[in-house]
Design a protein around this ligand. Sequence first.
Ligand code: HEC
Ligand code: HEC
Length: 189
Amino acid sequence: MYNPLYRIVAMALLVLVVAMTTATPLLADKGRSGSGGKGSNRHVVAAAVDPLYLKECGSCHMPYAPALLPARSWQQMMAHLDKHFGENAELPVADKNSIQQYLMANSSEQSTAPLAKKILVSIPAAEIPASISTTPYFIREHRKITLQQVRENPNIRSFAACQACHTQANAGSFDEHEVLVPTAAQGKP
Ligand code: HEC
Ligand code: HEC
């Protein structure tokens, strides 16, 4: 009845188990350093790259990474560009469609980045946030900074100015170790 195959399978399983138990601490360690350590990607999303998007949606403010909002938010925003936060940001139909397509294809639902997932799960299913800075995840992460502090500081002015405090925001990186909140007197007004 003895089949040498059993022995091979048993050996293979043993090797697998040993490999898994020795690899676990490494994985766990990586998870911990993810909250801040160098090379962490927990607070990084793919930066915006579409040339048309960068040109048309990066002129008044930084070109926000598409993975920072769900598709339904982008869709709603693109449908009302004539009333965009008190500005008229309307675009020719072809450009609008092209940008909307880019945003939808790279929205938080489409991203594998943990940051995109965290933003997404923080939003109640029935809600369509109008901005990144009004998502529950954003509000939670910035609860220690008051709106007044931001508004009164000529070097920040708005929570929408991610790059004022997140030095690597344009690269899609929001790691807490890259945050430098400017003081009101620092830099140029
Ligand atoms: C004419 C200037 C202008 C253009 C062009 C423009 N925006 Fe805006 N956008 C604004 C203003 C003003 C705000 C509000 C900023 C604030 O709250 O300080 C804003 C806010 C936003 C926000 C919310 C930021 C936050 O608070 O989380 C997003 C997202 C956004 N814009 C996307 C876009 C997209 C996509 C396009 C291109 C289709 C675009 N914008 C083009 C002026 C503009
Ligand atoms: C007034 C300065 C300021 C602005 C503007 C700002 N942030 Fe932040 N952000 C912070 C601070 C401070 C923290 C908390 C860092 C910490 O935990 O020590 C933070 C935390 C975060 C985190 C969590 C990072 C981590 O490692 O836990 C994310 C993600 C983030 N911000 C994204 C954004 C985005 C996106 C924008 C723009 C829509 C933005 N922030 C605008 C100051 C700012």
